[in-house]
Design a protein around this ligand. Structure first.
Ligand code: ADP
Ligand code: MG
Length: 160
């Protein structure tokens, strides 16, 4: 699955897509979720985290103000939201790259706010409003993280 485009017609369908993605993810992996406010990034994350068994869907809430939530029931998952990152003086103090060690899944909303350097395989997901309750979700999995025959880690920087 190098690149795949899916339309979802409800938040439940986006949750279900998140569950499918979570069921295929193996740590370490970096998941970048791009898209405007209300596009469904946090909804998709709920499905991913629950399928990984790290937390239940209703326990996954937006880390907009705290920047990061960690779920570590079984799998270790960091859910990062960089929406408000401009409010911080020093991006270095975020320590985001410290999460990118060990065996974890790191999910980042608003990844375009930072350039992250990592050896980890990256899955890029773009969410767009297509209509009232319809979202166009494009998954780019160049490292083959979500396919059964993945090619393994590639050197990646996340700048656009
Ligand atoms: P983001 O994290 O991108 O800001 P959220 O997941 O927090 O977005 O919110 C998405 C909002 O859009 C929710 O209120 C959800 O109920 C609504 N919604 C409507 N249709 C969809 C859909 N197809 N997929 C995801 N969310 C949807
Ligand atoms: Mg969100």
């Amino acid at each position: 699955m190098a690149s795949r485009e899916i339309l979802t017609h409800s938040s439940d369908e986006t949750l279900e897509l998140g569950r499918e993605i979570g069921a295929r993810l193996k740590p370490p992996a970096l998941v970048l979720l791009s898209g405007e406010l209300g596009a469904g990034k946090t909804t998709l994350t709920k499905g991913i985290v629950s399928a990984l068994g790290a937390a239940k869907e209703d326990q996954v809430t937006s880390p907009t103000f705290t920047l990061v939530h960690k779920y570590d029931h079984g799998a270790i998952v960091y859910h990062v939201d960089l929406y408000r990152v401009g409010d911080f003086h020093d991006l270095e103090t975020l320590g985001l790259e410290d999460f990118l060690t060990g065996q974890a899944i790191v999910i980042v909303e608003w990844p375009e706010k930072l350039t992250l350097r990592t050896d980890w395989p990256v899955v890029r997901i773009q969410l767009e409003h297509a209509a009232e309750d319809t979202r166009r979700i494009t998954i780019r999995d160049e490292a083959g993280v979500l396919s059964a025959h993945g090619e393994g880690p590639q050197r990646t920087a996340t700048s656009p």
